[in-house]
Design a protein. Structure first.
Ligand SMILES: *Cc1c(COP(=O)(O)O)cnc(C)c1O
Ligand SMILES: [Zn+2]
Length: 419
């Protein structure tokens, strides 16, 4: 059995035993998001640096802190243990002392969402279900389709019309049944919820399923372990629904509580300026609905975030901060990240890099700061989005003089940050 003791409502504090309740009945499905709690003392009896040394390099190494009964025999193969890469030239360009990138773009389906989906599929199988569903604009869906394909269960995916083609191709490649809903994301979400109830599918929508954030928590557990001997001052992560940053903060805090790492870093939440309800709620303590802004970073284009309380609390408890970045700053960060660190980030991931620049500029972090940036998704997921940021190649005739001409024209535009 798992070490889960109970679930706590983040709105009213009521507690519930592990069971069929997914959201607090008093606060309702919108506000009554639950948080999973563990017997940390019990977990700490077997989870320490020494025992970790011999375990598989995947999320399942943290079995004591996962809401699954048999983490040693997980139904899903390899998710987790992505590399932490040094980016000295990117650090210099951003004006910080040290910058490391945790490259989740190298995960199985190329995004941070794999961590949540692995737990979702494990829980579905544990409950004897053979089908799992979600509504998503992209990475949540592709990661679910991937994990379901590995485990051999059916995935039903509801996407809105404007889903990036790379992500759509992944869904079809992993053999998911894809419903392209003629309507908005909200329509797709509502239809998925109805279908789960009608057909008895396991619902992977992060909003109502408190266990998925425990998968995202492994990003923080892992980072805490990988940086145990030289923890960063700050961890930057882009924020849409709020589930990722809250999970990472929770994982880092648990690693400190267990004594595996010495220090829990401060969290820097980064939202797109056009869609920043959580950054605003961090200031006011309340969520204001109904903004009509937008951002080209589709994975964080979330106007009504469900996990805003966890995202606000996680950052606050870490003594962290929120910043917002414009689409122009995000586009510039896509190029910086690739050129100066060799990591091709999708726009929503590059937003975190842009956020470090903004936080530095605003004096939130200083010039000596040691920062880890979560690169939450791979740039190949959204090729048109990347090209909008990166521009076009030089068109030349098959003639050396054209090449020489381009070199001459471009030798003047050589800002110091490029080398
Ligand atoms: C989902 C996602 C995020 C944000 O995660 P939330 O849990 O929605 O806050 C950031 N970057 C990428 C690439 C994502 O797919
Ligand atoms: Zn409640």
């Amino acid at each position: 059995m798992s070490n889960v003791t109970h679930l706590v409502c983040v709105a009213c504090g009521a507690t519930y035993p592990e069971g069929p309740v997914l959201t607090c009945p008093t606060c309702g499905p919108e506000e009554g998001i639950l948080d999973v709690r563990y017997d940390l003392a019990k977990a700490g009896r077997t989870l320490d640096r020494k025992s970790l040394a011999g375990r598989p390099r995947s999320i399942w190494r943290y079995g004591e802190l996962l809401p699954v009964n048999d983490p040693e025999h997980p139904p899903v193969a390899h998710v987790g243990w992505t590399p932490v890469l040094e980016g000295p030239r990117l650090a210099a360009a951003l004006g910080v002392g040290r910058l490391r990138l945790k490259d989740e773009g190298r995960s199985a389906s190329n995004s941070f969402k794999d961590r949540a989906s692995a737990i979702g599929v494990a829980r579905a199988i544990q409950q004897g279900q053979s089908a799992i569903a979600c509504a998503s604009t992209g990475n949540a869906a592709t990661s679910l389709a991937h994990c379901a394909a590995v485990a051999g269960i059916r995935a039903y995916i509801f996407v809105p019309r404007q889903v990036p083609e790379g992500k759509l191709a992944q869904l079809l490649a992993y053999g998911a049944t894809v419903f392209r809903v003629r309507g908005s994301y909200a329509d797709a979400y509502a239809l998925c919820t109805e279908a789960c109830a009608a057909f008895g599918w396991y619902n992977r929508n992060c909003a109502v399923n408190p266990y998925l954030i425990e998968g995202k928590k492994t990003g923080g557990l892992e980072l805490g372990e990988q940086c145990a001997d030289d923890p960063p001052d700050w961890v930057a992560c882009s924020v849409g629904d709020g589930c990722s940053i809250a999970g990472i903060a929770k994982g880092l805090a648990e690693m400190k509580a267990l004594g595996i790492s010495q220090q829990a870093p401060r969290m820097l939440g980064v939202q797109a300026a056009g869609v920043a309800p959580i950054a605003a709620a961090f200031e006011t303590g309340r969520l204001r609905r109904g903004g009509d802004g937008t951002t080209y970073a589709d994975s964080i284009n979330v106007a009504v975030p469900r996990n805003w309380r966890k995202a606000v609390n996680g950052v606050r408890e870490s003594q962290g901060a929120y910043v917002t970045v414009t689409d122009g700053e995000i586009m510039r960060a896509v190029g910086l990240c690739g050129r100066l660190a060799g990591v091709f980030a999708e726009p929503a991931a590059a937003a975190a890099v842009a956020g470090v620049a903004v936080a530095r500029h605003r004096g939130i972090i200083n010039e000596r700061a040691d920062v880890v940036v979560m690169i939450t998704g791979n740039g190949l997921k959204d090729v048109p989005g990347a090209l909008r940021a990166l521009g076009q190649p030089y068109d030349v005739r098959p003639d050396l003089s054209d090449v020489a001409g381009v070199l001459k024209r471009t030798s003047s535009e050589n800002p110091s940050e490029t080398h």
